[in-house]
Ligand binder design. Structure first.
Ligand code: HEC
Ligand code: HEC
Length: 364
């Protein structure tokens, strides 16, 4: 009787054990499944390329992890001697504009003393250094600022009249012909109609607040004035015919009709290129520092240019153009320093309104 009870008990225990093991196996299976799912999700999220591959069902392994940035076409490849001379003269005019066209210029005295390459770094060849990579491919093109189709002569004279606060030069003259020959040549390796990768400026996120000139002054003192000087007037070379460090405001600087006077352009330029030696790969300013120092510099005095014909379509004015009238209700001050997000949101809203309006009209 006793022995029978023990056997019963053992049988019971074994049954229970089997039940527990079954449960454990089940739980482990579920866990393994869960882990597999999590790993898959994670992999997908971190590999947008993979996800795309799956979505598009194409088999292509050519997705590179580094962008193929534009490189200027090599001038040494030019075999035609007179073309080569012209292009080289163009490059020199862009690199040392002041020597030819500045206040002490040897050809004409028609500009403020800046060089084109002070803003279009290394004769317009630096990635996100406002380079000329896309120019040959995209000009002539429609520009919203003038509301017209502009050829390259007009665009170059735009920078001469605004960024160099100067007088437009003759389209048929040697200088304009050389400058445009150079710009077109170095970009002639870009397909017509396409934008060269890394041309112009790199985008920079808006701040949530207005850019602050007072904070910007502190940035300026710490990181800019050693070269551009405490008075912002830069430093001339010994011959006094070209800047070593260009002026950032005052009579030798760009006027208020120039692209760089818009705070977003200034902040983008500085973020990727200043202090000197900075590249887009190793910016030295935080986004806030870039916006604030831009606010400080654009709040200093500089030449004024009257441009009543600019932006004929008011609804296409950039958010950071500090001169009214506007289609929106925001004041010039907010269009100068921000915050810009509310302006962008308002623009989007009115565009959507316009679209639905047009739709209803179409249905009627
Ligand atoms: C003070 C800075 C500054 C100087 C100096 C300057 N530019 Fe510019 N340039 C700009 C900015 C900023 C833009 C872009 C403006 C924009 O898109 O709103 C620009 C745009 C251009 C473009 C059009 C580029 C494109 O991709 O559409 C050309 C061409 C050009 N400049 C030529 C010149 C030439 C030639 C000179 C010298 C005679 C010169 N610039 C001097 C700031 C400058
Ligand atoms: C080590 C010297 C140095 C420092 C520091 C420096 N820059 Fe510059 N900056 C230059 C030089 C040189 C150029 C002209 C580049 C060229 O011609 O290759 C220039 C060009 C510029 C330009 C375009 C030309 C013009 O005159 O408008 C701006 C804008 C500018 N710097 C802003 C700044 C700001 C803002 C800071 C501080 C965050 C700064 N720089 C710090 C040397 C310096």
């Amino acid at each position: 009787m006793f022995a029978f009870l023990i056997v019963m008990n053992q049988q019971n225990i074994i049954n229970k054990l089997i039940a527990v093991i079954n449960q454990l196996v089940f739980i482990i299976l579920i866990l393994v499944l869960a882990i597999v799912i999590v790993i898959f999700k994670f992999y997908d999220n971190n590999n947008p390329g993979m996800a795309e591959l799956k979505r598009s069902d194409t088999i292509s392994n050519t997705k590179k992890d580094t962008v193929d940035y534009w490189k200027p076409k090599d001038i040494n490849l030019i075999t035609d001697k007179s073309l080569k001379e012209k292009v080289e003269y163009g490059r020199d005019l862009i690199a040392h504009t002041a020597k030819y066209l500045g206040p002490q210029g040897s050809v004409m005295k028609i500009t403020n003393g800046l060089n084109c390459q002070n803003c279009h770094l290394q004769a317009g060849t630096v990635i996100f250094g406002n380079n000329y990579g896309s120019v040959n491919a995209l000009y002539p093109k429609f520009r919203v600022r003038s509301g017209s189709i502009e050829n390259l002569y007009k665009r170059v004279n735009d920078c001469i009249q605004r960024s160099l606060n100067g007088i437009a030069i003759d389209t048929n003259g040697n200088e304009m012909q050389a400058i445009t020959a150079y710009i077109n040549y170095i970009g002639s390796n870009v397909e017509k109609g396409k934008k060269a990768s890394g041309s112009g400026f790199k985008d920079l996120a808006f701040l949530d607040r207005a850019a602050d000139p007072i904070k910007g002054m502190t940035v300026y003192e710490a990181k800019c004035q050693s070269c551009h000087q405490p008075d912002g007037q830069g430093l001339l070379n010994n011959n006094k015919n070209e800047f070593i460090y260009p002026a950032l405001w005052g009579e030798h600087s760009f006027n208020d009709g120039a692209g760089l006077y818009r705070i977003s352009n200034f902040a983008k330029y500085v973020k990727c290129n200043m202090p000197q030696g900075t590249t887009f790969k190793s910016p030295q300013l935080t986004d806030e520092e870039a916006w604030d120092v831009a606010a400080f510099v654009v709040s200093q005095s500089r030449p004024h240019k009257s441009v009543p014909l600019d932006w004929p379509d008011l609804s296409k004015k950039p958010v950071d153009l500090p001169f009214g009238p506007y289609v929106d209700q925001f004041k010039e001050l907010q269009h100068k320093y921000g915050p810009f997000k509310p302006i962008v949101d308002a623009q989007k809203k009115s565009e959507e309104l316009l679209k639905t309006k047009n739709k209803t009209v179409a249905i009627k």
